[in-house]
Design a protein around this ligand. Structure first.
Ligand code: OGA
Ligand code: NI
Length: 361
């Protein structure tokens, strides 16, 4: 089949976004160049020359119980206070499940555009399940090189009824078996505050769960595009499974000899943990949510993110005990629903696209 020619940016938008072909549909049609609509401005690209690798070994979560407890806690806290990212092994999620999850992501995205489109907003059997492309295509000047399926969790029954058959069982198993590590990490972060907090604080941080399967199609020119633009995750913590292609980068604050991007390299069997805005806000800035982005590759890549959010009806704001101790409230109290609405009403343009909403003025 001859590659389609899109005479206007509108016809490309129609094909990719509206007709549900996604970036994958575009690539499968025989594309040899990156269309203009996907060419990022210079400042949004992840220039390889400005990157370095994060070489810290992954944290062994099985050692949380035992004589090395303190050392493991220190490693987690240090990562949460600095870059907001770390990787974990012996995390309790079976390695066969991780392999199977990657396969099921590919199974879903390998469906025909017509089959995937059954999960487009408006026709999807549930408002909690959404197949889409880019982040906010209707508002973005430049689109992200990513298709995804988002699956919000309510009950097991709903998940098995509404999530796509190709991935629902693995996704649900992942959500369940990662719950313990999410709890353990939240407990470590909270214990290390050295202030007394309510028992329920751990539950509060993971009252709502969402799984995103991301598909980054092979890209003819990874230097020009981004898979996901700069953002921080808005929940408490995210558990991310990435395959062996690589492309996840954290933006560093300081000018590290112009090496402003830190690559979180794929480690077989490991899961990536990142701190989200909710933790930064609750802990009054002690822990940092991480600004991150994805560089594309000439090979297709999948990742599976498990987001742990507070309930939308809950107010997030710095813990009172911490405000007393710090003598300042760095954030105001906001309803998490409003916080989410603000994030989704914006495009991805860094941490400020979400966190500024809760900044104290
Ligand atoms: C996300 C995200 C990173 C990745 O889904 O929020 O940042 O490596 N994903 O896919
Ligand atoms: Ni993210």
């Amino acid at each position: 089949m001859a590659p389609p020619t899109f005479s206007t940016s509108d016809s490309l938008y129609e094909f990719v976004v509206k007709e549900g072909n996604g970036v994958k549909g575009l690539v499968d049609s025989g594309l040899s160049e990156v269309p203009e609509r996907y060419v990022q401005p210079e400042e949004e690209r992840i220039n390889k020359l400005r990157t370095r690798r994060h070489n810290n070994p992954p944290i062994d979560l099985s050692k949380l119980k035992g004589p090395d407890h303190k050392k493991v806690v220190d490693e987690i806290v240090r990562a949460a206070e600095t870059i907001g990212f770390f990787q974990v092994v012996n995390h309790g999620v079976p390695l066969e499940l991780l392999e199977s999850l990657k396969d099921s992501s590919h199974r879903f995205f390998n469906l025909s555009p017509k089959e995937k489109s059954l999960f487009c907003p408006g026709v999807s059997p549930s408002t909690k399940v959404k197949y889409a492309t880019s982040f906010a295509p209707e508002k973005e000047t430049t689109l992200e090189w990513r298709d995804y399926i988002s699956m919000g969790y309510t009950t097991d029954q709903d998940a098995l009824q509404y999530w796509p058959n190709q991935c629902k069982e693995d996704a649900l198993d992942y959500l369940k078996s990662a719950s313990k590590l999410v709890r353990d990490i939240l407990e470590v972060l909270i214990e290390s505050l050295e202030v007394k907090v309510q028992e329920s604080i751990v539950d509060i941080h993971s009252g709502m769960k969402l799984i995103n399967m991301n598909y980054y199609p092979s890209c003819p020119n990874p230097d020009l595009t981004v898979g996901v633009g700069r953002h921080s995750d808005i929940g408490a913590i995210t558990v991310l499974l990435q395959d062996d292609i690589g492309g996840l980068y954290v933006k560093l604050d300081e000018d590290n000899n112009h090496r402003e991007w830190l690559e979180i390299p794929p480690i077989p069997g490991a899961l990536v943990i990142n701190i989200g805005d909710t933790i930064e806000v609750h802990m009054n800035g002690k822990y940092k949510s991480a600004e991150h982005a994805v560089r594309t590759s000439t090979k297709s890549r999948v990742s599976v993110a498990l987001f742990n959010f507070p309930n939308p009806t809950l107010k997030i704001g710095p813990l009172e005990e911490l405000v007393k101790k710090d003598g300042v409230a760095r954030y105001r109290r906001v309803l998490f629903q409003d916080y989410m609405n603000n994030f989704f009403a914006n495009t991805h343009h860094g941490k400020e696209s979400s966190l500024d909403f809760a900044k104290s003025t």
